[in-house]
Structure formats: C-alpha cells, structure tokens
Ligand binder design. Sequence first.
Ligand SMILES: [Zn+2]
Length: 110
Amino acid sequence: MRDEDVSKMARMLLAGGKMLSLHCAKCKSPLFEYEGRITCPICGEQTGEAKPKPTEAEAVVAPADIESALTEKLNQLVDEFRGEKDRHAISELLELIKSILDVLEKLRKG
Ligand SMILES: [Zn+2]
C-alpha cells in the first residue's frame, strides 16, 4: 500500500469515517462508511447506502483477505503471548491462537 493511500485513509478516519471489512471493487482498498455512505477513500467509488447486512459483508470479503487478517491477528496474539506472565491470560491467549489456527486450516482446505 502506498503512503499516499494510507494518508487518504487516515484522513477519512479522522473525519469520522469507519473502516469496514469490505473492499473496493476497483482498487481493492478497504471501504469506509462515511456520512452514511460506503465510500472508497482512494478512488472515491461509492457503493451506495451504508449498513450492509453482516452476511452480505462476509460474502464480499475474499478468503485471501480473511486469511491475511487472521494471520495479522495471530502474529499480534503470539507477540502478546510471549510477553504474558499471568496464567489466566496465557490460557485465554492460547485458546484464541488455537481457534485462529483452526479457522486458517479450514480456509486452506477450502
Ligand atoms: Zn477504490
């Protein structure tokens, strides 16, 4: 992702936009809900009224995107896990890590 695109997204966030788990059909950037509409911060593509049903949102997100989001979260959890001293927190983190790995495996199997 280019710095220019990142700053466009940051501006939209600061202006009150909310990042969605949807991607622009044109440029693949994450879409934002802004002023009641779903808007692409990069190319300005508008996809209509905000508030899609969760099932619709899920259908639009490609498996590869889910996989990369899960992988990113997994890395964060693993870092947290390494530094954690509390026994309860450790077991909670371990459960989360395991469930993410489980989902990733299911995704890979298709
Ligand atoms: Zn776009």
